[in-house]
Ligand binder design. Sequence first.
Ligand code: ATP
Length: 247
Amino acid sequence: MLANNVIAVTSGKGGVGKTTVSVNLALSLARLGKNVALIDLDIYGFSVPKFFNITFKPKTFNGKIIPVESHGVKIMSMGFLLNGNDPVVWRGPMLGKMVQHFTEDVLWGELDYAILDMPPGTGDVALDMHYFIPQSKELIVTTPHPAATFVAERAGTMALKANHEILGVIENMAYFSPPGQNEKYFIFGKGGGDLLADKLCTEVISRLPLEPPREDGIVPMLYEEETLLYTYYNELAKRIDSLMNDA
Ligand SMILES: Nc1ncnc2c1ncn2[C@@H]1O[C@H](COP(=O)(O)OP(=O)(O)OP(=O)(O)O)[C@@H](O)[C@H]1O
């Protein structure tokens, strides 16, 4: 079971960096010494197993699933349930009740945080999440582009209507600074994150610059120690930790 420490990372549009944020935030919280779960609820577009290079299936115990542990994070993903025989317990029609199974039928143990990588938009998984995990808090990810913030506003409004607290907005790909320079280039426009935060009565808690992750790294798409975003994610994890403890 998941307790009071669930953070749903959501967005309106796909491709704005929701999974990248979920994965790197989970790892940064783990670096703070927290017990962290990362739950990939992106049923059609799951990518967390690929991010972590996990190619095997989780084991089961007494009909429950033991999450896969990687880099100090306990992981569960739709990707583990497909293209294979195990675990049998979640096959077929049960996939429709995925959110409930992911929360109730996985041996999570003691957790400080559970990060949910939500699918884009306001579909069934978002509705189920609101129903089964009413205590979850939300982080809204957007780029500064008006098209992204316009759609993200709907995801945020849905959260508010379901009485979920919004922890804040993360403006991803906020700007580009050439290596070694302070100059900022606002490739996707400027001010979208602030506008969205105003509309949702919250604030922008992080502006993450454009910095391509190393796709050829041991764990693709993770920001490693030498990158600028590694520092930004460490700061974000501290901010989230204090926001969650103040709440
Ligand atoms: N700050 C950033 N700078 C550069 N590239 C980034 C940044 N954040 C994410 N990306 C890249 O953008 C692409 C999309 O990111 P990601 O898969 O996390 O988006 P998403 O919102 O989860 O998409 P989807 O909803 O389709 O799953 C990836 O290739 C990722 O490496």
